[in-house]
Write a protein that binds this ligand. Structure first.
Ligand code: GLV
Length: 308
């Protein structure tokens, strides 16, 4: 039994050492030094190198490095191969921090005050109470659910939307395409934390943005392909959308020629809303490897049909 670690990290060895420290005696191989392929039962990878899966006859788990698995061509994976994604408290905390930081920046108008400062303008703006601010979170999985709860905990009028009904304490929840207009119609800020699937690709388009109240703001911290960028820019230019914070783009790194770089109503961050850290990630991966070797049920397996 051996683990094959495939990562873009400049030096992958500390990751292998950290795993071996949790599971003494673990045989960790670092791509491309795979040794005898038939000994490998776990592949740790964000996106497995071309052709590798066919070379590993005894692979029993593909453990992805990320929360999202949309980079995988699921239909091409060997049938029956369990695929797990990363879920851990540090990653969730990172996303909750990002969502709170970006929502609070708009709520407390720090973006507007920054512009005022640039013009040496000392002017108090009308102050809104959190209870009067309506925030909607699309996607109520690990990251979206925790973010919605944290927003509700700060007193915001919080609602959530998901594919299927997901009750959450303190959060008004909506489900399915039929309830999307009711969810969107009174929001001040829409936070997108949906996984990228066939159903969600291009979901945030001109039609959806038109269902928001005029001047609402968008925060996208999931995947760039959920948003039709030309529709987003058009909605901002028309004032239908008041502002947008994007941590993700359809193409990353964002091409130099993209109009998103210079749009005055867009704030960009380079896909940093939450980061896979060694400290946060290794214990969960080690636990899945332990479970595999002990014949126990694996954690955080993806649903291939749902696509996440
Ligand atoms: C990052 O985007 C992840 O999916 O973990």
């Amino acid at each position: 039994m051996a683990i094959l670690l495939h990562t873009a990290a400049a030096d992958p060895r500390p990751w292998g050492d950290a795993l071996a420290a949790v599971i003494p005696g673990l045989d960790v191989r670092i791509w491309p030094d795979i040794g005898r392929p038939e000994e490998i039962d776990v592949l740790l990878s964000w996106l497995p190198p071309e052709g590798i899966l066919k070379q590993l006859p005894n692979l029993k788990l593909l453990q992805c490095w990320g929360a999202g698995i949309d980079q995988l061509a699921i239909a091409d994976l060997p049938a029956g191969l369990p695929v797990a994604r990363i879920v851990n408290a540090d990653q969730t905390a990172g996303m909750v921090q990002y969502v709170l930081a970006t929502v609070l920046r708009y709520h407390r108008q720090l973006d507007v005050y920054a512009c005022q400062q640039a013009e040496r303008t000392w002017k108090r703006l009308p102050h809104a109470d959190a209870r009067d601010r309506k925030i909607g979170v699309m996607g109520l999985g690990e990251l979206g659910g925790a973010s919605a709860k944290a927003l509700a905990g700060l007193g915001f009028e919080t609602s959530g939307w998901a594919r299927r009904p997901k009750p959450l304490p303190g959060v008004a929840t909506y489900a399915g395409p039929g309830q999307l207009p009711a969810f969107l119609k009174s929001l001040d800020i829409l936070v997108c934390l949906l996984p990228l699937t066939r159903e969600t690709e291009n979901l945030i388009d001109a039609r959806l943005l038109a269902l928001l109240p005029k001047g609402a703001k968008l925060i996208n911290a999931s995947r760039g392909k959920l948003v039709v960028e030309a529709d987003l820019v058009a909605a901002l230019d028309a004032g239908q959308l008041g502002a947008a914070t994007l941590d993700v783009a359809r193409e990353e790194p964002l091409p130099e020629a993209s109009p998103l770089w210079v749009h005055p109503a867009i704030t960009l961050t380079p896909h940093v809303s939450t980061i896979v850290t060694q400290r946060g990630t290794i214990p969960g991966i080690a636990e899945n490897i332990r479970r595999l070797h002990a014949g126990e049920p694996l954690l955080h397996l993806i649903d291939r049909k749902a696509g996440y």
